[in-house]
Design a protein around this ligand. Structure first.
Ligand code: TYD
Ligand code: MG
Length: 455
């Protein structure tokens, strides 16, 4: 008879070893190796779950990929590439309290309303009563949702096999377990084997599956990396606890574009999809102050306008502060160095505070010009003329480099009533069909000439 095998695996990175060690050789984390027991029979049971083991001609396979189930939510549908694909597994990760359960309950409600077969919502974290309370906050509840408060994967599979369903939701993968595996729920082996069983079941029954996953303190989905390989799409739900904006981002998608994002606002009655995100990220005030600049960022396929604010005040030489929120610290330091060296603006004794409105993280190099204009504007007490947008990557030599998707970005600005754009000269040469006034710039110095309005 096959013998059970004991090994140790890292709860952070999934590294396996035969002996316990204090420091994980895979990721260097301390005290993360936990004992796992894998039964031989069970390992064999998880093989060949996708078909009958026979090779078939690709041309003879009939695709049901074209069948997309709408989630009744324009943002989620777009991120998924046009709706849920039958039999696909989607993993949603995010910080606690960000709104994963709310998003899935809302989608469950919409899908249940439009389909004949019921939606199964498996809650492994909260009681059925708690789910009911959340559903009451969200408004009308469909008659077609089944709630199952259960932690055992075996029982979940039994119910899924015995009921005809249109969607299965598991909330969350860290709280379900196989009784045969002797490690705690949430451990590497439990997460891996539970996900394998659930994903295989969804493929076999051809029912779409949503899995909620917790994230570690570094922001990655907790559990082995293999969890992300097992599913068809991985979505991250991000946001700032202090802002109501939530961003759902596709980091992997077998049936759509990666990098696609959806924007929601957390309201008192659930998550509202935001179809016009630019309005969310522009500050509401109409008056212009010094030290602000507006740029257009592209996430996935969609441009939206973002406002950058800077405040430069006198500090202490040698210990001047740089406090950046919403942009990369190193990038801003580089831009300050460019201002000092190329434009002869001395900042060694100036404190610099940068803020991106709306809690959005601006990581694109195309935002460089807006950051530099905001900082220089604050030092010089100047502002840009109203309704001006700045785009361009800044190089160490102070040169302004072209950015991608310039026309999409400018069109979005035009749509919101912007009438002037400061853009790299290389981009300006190739522009077509843009009505707004375009100011091409070659170097940072040229761009700073546009800071005119003294306050
Ligand atoms: P939840 O979906 O439980 O988060 P997760 O499953 O990711 O842990 O969301 C919980 C938070 O959202 C909680 O702080 C309350 C808030 N919330 C609202 O603001 N409005 C609502 O309509 C709902 C249902 C929750
Ligand atoms: Mg939850």
């Amino acid at each position: 008879m096959a013998k059970d095998k004991i090994f140790f695996s890292c709860s952070e990175c999934g590294y396996n070893t035969g002996n316990w060690v204090g420091k994980c050789p895979g990721c260097g984390a301390w005290d993360t190796l936990v004992e796992e027991l894998v039964k031989k029979e069970q390992k064999q049971a998880s093989k060949s779950l996708l078909g009958d083991g026979k090779a078939v001609l690709l041309s003879k396979i009939t695709g049901d990929d074209a069948i997309r189930i709408s989630c009744g939510d324009s943002e989620l549908d777009r991120i998924l590439g046009g709706g849920l694909v039958a039999g696909s597994a989607v993993l949603i990760g995010g910080d606690p309290g960000i709104g994963k359960s709310t998003l899935l309950l809302q989608s469950a409600n919409k899908i249940a309303e439009s389909r004949d077969k019921p939606v199964l919502y498996v809650t492994a974290e909260e009681s059925a009563r708690q789910i009911k309370l959340r559903a009451e906050r969200l408004g009308d509840i469909s008659n077609n949702i089944l709630i199952l408060a259960e932690n055992s994967v075996a029982n979940i599979l039994k119910i899924c096999h015995s009921t005809e369903l249109s969607l299965i939701i598991i909330d969350s993968i860290q709280m379900v377990y196989w009784e045969e595996i002797k490690s705690a729920p949430g451990s590497v082996a439990q997460v891996r084997e539970s996900a394998a069983g659930l994903v295989a079941m969804s493929k076999r029954l051809n029912v779409p599956l949503f899995i909620v996953g917790h994230v570690t303190k570094d922001g990655a989905i907790a559990g082995p990396k293999v969890l992300e390989h097992m599913v068809d799409a991985v979505l991250y739900f991000e946001g700032d606890q202090h802002h109501s904006a939530r961003i759902l981002r596709a980091v992997k998608n077998r049936f759509g574009a990666v990098g696609e994002i959806g924007i929601y606002e957390m309201a008192s009655d659930g998550l509202l999809p935001i179809n016009d995100p630019s309005r969310l990220f522009l500050s509401s005030s109409d008056y212009k102050t010094e030290g602000t600049a507006i740029t257009a960022s592209i996430e996935g396929t969609r441009p939206f306008l973002v406002e950058v604010q800077a405040l430069v005040t006198t500090g202490y030489a040698g210990s001047a502060k740089r406090r950046i929120s919403g942009a990369d610290n190193n990038r801003v330091s580089m831009l300050i160095a460019v201002l000092e060296k190329r434009c002869e603006i001395s900042m060694y004794d100036q404190d610099v505070f940068v803020n991106v409105v709306g809690g959005v993280q601006l990581d694109e190099p195309s935002a460089d010009l807006s950051l530099i204009m905001a900082i220089a504007g604050s030092i010089k007490n100047c502002s840009l003329s109203q309704r001006t947008i700045c785009l361009g990557e800044v190089g160490l030599g102070g040169e302004i480099r072209p950015v991608s998707y310039i026309e999409q970005r400018l069109k979005e600005a035009e749509r919101l009533g912007f009438d002037r754009a400061i853009i790299p000269i290389e981009n300006a040469k190739k522009l077509k069909k843009i009505k707004m006034e375009v100011t091409p710039v070659k170097e940072v110095e040229d761009a700073l000439q546009n800071l005119e309005r003294k306050l």
